[in-house]
Design a protein around this ligand. Structure first.
Ligand SMILES: Cc1ncc(COP(=O)(O)O)c(C=O)c1O
Ligand SMILES: Nc1ccccc1C(=O)C[C@H](N)C(=O)O
Length: 484
C-alpha cells in the first residue's frame, strides 16, 4: 500500500495501517501526514521552546526571533505542557482588571473582560472543563491542587468501618498518591501495612497490570475494602486502565472507586460520567497546559453531589465533606450567617475562593481544547503515538537487534495507552542517550535508572517531529552502545 493510501486512511479516522513499505519511512511521508492532519493549525496556538532558548542561560526571549528560531522537539507534555499563546493575554487582562477595578473586579462585569467578574470565574472554568473529562458541568470543579483534592475527596469517600477499611492502589502508584493513601489510613488510626493493598506488577520487566489482575485483587479483598484509588493512566508505564470495567466491578462489590486522572485529562477521551466513576482528580499542568503547579480539577459523580436544600446533612445521597465558604450556596454566600448550605454538585466541594490568576491560565488552555473535541484529539493521539511506536520498533528496516537497545514497556495495544510511550534502555545507556537528545534539542524525561518517557501531544506535536525524534533517538542509542 502506498503512502497516499496511508494518509487517506488516517484522514478518514480508521486505524493507521502500518506497513513495511519503504516509502512510509521517509520524511516526506511524515510531512504528508502533517499536511492532512485536521488538527494541524492548533500548533500555532502554543509557544514551543526553541532550541536556542533552551540553551540560553538567561530568560531573555527575543520575540522578534521567536518565529524563526528552530523549535525544540518537545515530547514532555506528560510532565509539563507548553504555554498557550493566549495565556499571556488572559493574565495581563486579569492584572489590568485587578489594578484598575480593585475590589469591584469581584462583582462588576466589564465589557472588555475576557472572563466574568472574579467571583464567577470558577464556573467559567468548570463549564469548559466538563467536556474535556466527559462530565456534566455540575460534576466538575476547577480548584485546589491534585494531592490536596485527593485528600478532600478521600475525606468524603473514604469512610472506613472496623470491617471495611482497606484502600486498594497500585504498588507503583505515583509517590504523592501513595503518601496520600498512607496518611489517610493513619489519620483514621489504621496501620498502612495492613490497610494498604498494593497491586504489584507480576513481571518487573513488563510492569503493567492486567484488568483481570486488578479485579482479582478487588475480589480477594472485597469484604475488607472501603475504597479503590487508581490512576487512569499510569505515570511510569503509560498504561491506560479499563476504567469502565474496573469501576463497575468495584461497585458490584460495594466498594467506592476514585481515579487519579493526572496523566489522562486532556490526553484521552475520558467519560467519567458515563463510566459511573465515583470521583476523580487531576492536575492541569500536564496535557492541559495550565502552567507549573497551577490550579487543578476534580469530579464528583452527580449521584454523590445532590443536596437537600433544607437539610443537607440528612439527605441520604449527601456526601459528608470538609467544607469552606466557597462550596456554599452562591445566593447566601455573602450573608455571613454561618449556616452552610452546599452548592449542588462538585462546586459544593470547593473551599476557598480560587486564585483568579491561576484560573485565567486554565481557561486560556481550555478554550483551545474546546475548539476541538476530545474524540478528535484522541484520534490524532492514536495516530501520532502509533506512528512513533512503529518507527521506533521497525525503522530502519535493516536494523540489527543491537541497534534497538530498548524495549517498550507501555502496552502496544493503542486502546491501553494514551500519548506516552515508556522505553526501557539497556543498563548503562541512559545518561549518554539523554546527553545526545539534549544536544539536539529534544525534550523528554527520564525515570531512573533506565526508562525514558516520550509523549507527543496531539495539539502541538507533529508527525515530522516524530520522524526527526526517531532519527535522533536511534542514533543516540547507537552512540551510547558504542560508548558503553
Ligand atoms: C499521578 C500523579 N499523582 C500526583 C501527582 C502530584 O501532583 P501535585 O504535586 O500537583 O499534587 C502527579 C504529578 O506530579 C502525578 O502524576
Ligand atoms: N509537578 C512536577 C514538578 C516537578 C517535576 C515533575 C513534576 C511532575 O508533574 C511529574 C509528573 N507527575 C510525572 O509523572 O513525572
Amino acid at each position: 500500500m502506498g503512502s497516499q493510501q496511508h494518509v487517506r486512511d488516517i484522514k478518514s479516522g480508521s486505524p493507521l495501517p502500518y506497513t513495511d513499505d519503504i516509502r512510509a519511512y521517509r520524511k516526506e511521508y511524515a510531512e504528508a501526514l502533517d499536511a492532512q492532519d485536521p488538527l494541524r493549525n492548533f500548533r500555532d496556538e502554543f509557544i514551543i521552546p526553541s532550541k536556542k532558548d533552551l540553551r540560553r542561560k538567561t530568560l531573555a526571549v527575543d520575540e522578534s526571533n521567536e518565529a524563526s528560531d528552530e523549535k525544540s522537539i518537545y515530547f514532555c507534555g506528560n510532565s509539563l505542557g507548553v504555554q498557550p499563546r493566549s495565556t499571556q493575554k488572559y493574565i495581563e487582562q486579569y492584572l489590568r482588571t485587578w489594578a484598575t477595578k480593585g475590589v469591584t473586579g469581584h462583582f462588576v462585569p466589564h465589557d472588555d473582560q475576557l472572563l466574568p467578574p472574579f467571583v464567577d470565574v470558577d464556573s467559567a472554568a468548570s463549564k469548559l472543563m466538563a467536556s474535556v473529562v466527559g462530565a456534566a458541568q455540575s460534576e466538575v470543579a476547577v480548584m485546589g491542587t491534585l494531592t490536596a483534592n485527593l485528600h478532600l475527596l478521600m475525606a468524603s469517600f473514604y469512610r472506613p468501618t472496623k470491617e471495611k477499611y482497606k484502600i486498594i492502589l497500585e504498588g507503583k502508584a505515583f509517590p504523592s498518591d501513595h503518601y496520600a493513601v498512607e496518611s489517610q489510613l493513619r489519620h483514621h488510626n489504621f496501620d498502612p501495612k495492613d490497610g494498604m493493598v498494593l497491586i504489584e506488577p507480576r513481571d518487573l520487566d513488563q510492569p503493567t497490570l492486567s484488568t483481570d489482575q486488578i479485579i482479582k485483587v478487588i475480589d480477594d479483598n472485597a469484604s475488607s475494602t472501603a475504597l479503590v484509588l487508581l490512576s487512569a493512566i499510569q505515570f511510569y508505564t503509560g498504561q491506560y486502565f479499563d476504567i469502565e470495567r474496573i469501576t463497575a466491578h468495584a461497585h458490584s462489590k460495594d466498594i467506592l472507586i476514585g481515579w487519579d486522572c493526572a496523566h489522562a485529562a486532556g490526553n484521552v477521551d475520558l467519560q467519567l460520567h458515563d463510566w459511573n466513576v465515583d470521583f476523580a482528580a487531576w492536575c492541569n499542568y500536564k496535557y492541559l497546559n495550565s502552567g507549573p503547579g497551577g490550579i487543578a480539577g476534580l469530579f464528583v459523580h452527580e449521584r454523590h453531589g445532590s443536596v437537600d436544600e433544607k437539610q443537607p446533612e440528612s439527605d441520604d445521597t449527601f456526601r459528608p465533606r470538609l467544607s469552606g465558604w466557597w462550596g456554599g450556596d452562591i445566593k447566601t454566600r455573602f450573608n455571613m450567617e454561618n449556616k452552610f448550605l452546599p452548592q449542588p454538585g462538585a462546586a459544593g466541594f470547593q473551599l476557598s475562593n480560587p486564585s483568579v490568576l491561576d484560573i485565567n491560565a486554565v481557561v486560556a488552555s481550555l478554550e483551545i481544547f474546546n475548539r476541538a473535541t476530545m474524540k478528535e484529539v484522541r484520534q490524532k493521539s492514536l495516530n501520532i503515538t502509533g506512528y512513533l511506536e512503529h518507527l521506533l520498533m521497525k525503522y530502519p528496516l535493516d536494523a540489527a537487534p543491537e541497534d534497538k537497545p530498548f524495549t517498550l514497556i507501555t502496552p502496544s495495544n493503542p486502546a491501553e495507552r494514551g500519548a506516552q510511550l515508556s522505553l526501557r534502555l539497556q543498563p548503562g545507556l541512559l545518561d549518554n542517550v539523554l546527553h545526545c537528545l539534549e544536544e539536539k534539542g529534544v525534550v523528554i524525561d527520564e525515570r531512573k535508572p533506565d526508562v525514558v518517557r516520550v509523549a507527543p501531544a496531539p495539539l502541538y506535536n507533529t508527525y515530522t517531529e516524530v520522524w526527526e525524534f526517531c532519527q535522533i533517538f536511534l542514533q543516540a542509542c547507537k552512540e551510547a552502545v558504542k560508548a558503553r
